[in-house]
Design a protein around this ligand. Structure first.
Ligand SMILES: [Zn+2]
Length: 137
């Protein structure tokens, strides 16, 4: 479960990055929406999305706010956030003052053996949830 969620999240970040890079090839990574043009989303070389009556102005603004450049920024930031929460072994003092190794999130702490939910930590689980991860039933 631990590695499964983190592997899934890394795979999802890679997949979204590849999709955004491919989408940026034709018209560049920055797409804009001019409210005066209604439903047109434009890239470097003209319309990326245009059709009579669709998308609506709100939909066009939403699409432009989630252009390839925005997706690539989020993927890079979230990959960095994930890297800040690695599974790490450290020594803890146990009964009779004996040191024992424990597995923890290097940033958040917690002992995986005592708390199966200690890793992935809440930060990583919430990050994965934002990308559509669902806990297995
Ligand atoms: Zn953490």
């Amino acid at each position: 479960m631990t590695a499964k969620l983190v592997d899934w999240l890394r795979s999802e970040l890679n997949r979204l990055e590849q999709i955004a890079q491919a989408a940026a090839v034709a018209d560049g990574p920055v797409w804009t929406h001019n409210p005066d043009d209604g439903w047109i989303v434009e890239g470097n070389d003209g319309p990326v999305i245009y059709d009579e009556g669709s998308p609506t102005g709100d939909q066009a603004q939403h699409i432009a706010r989630h252009d390839p450049a925005a997706v690539l920024r989020r993927v890079a930031a979230d990959r960095h956030l994930l890297d800040e929460h690695p599974l790490k072994q450290r020594l803890a003092i146990g009964p009779r003052m004996k040191a024992r190794p424990v597995w923890v999130c290097a940033t958040c702490g917690g002992d995986v053996r005592e708390d199966p939910n200690a890793y992935p930590c809440l930060t990583v689980r919430l990050l994965a949830e934002g990308y559509g991860w669902e806990e297995p039933q």
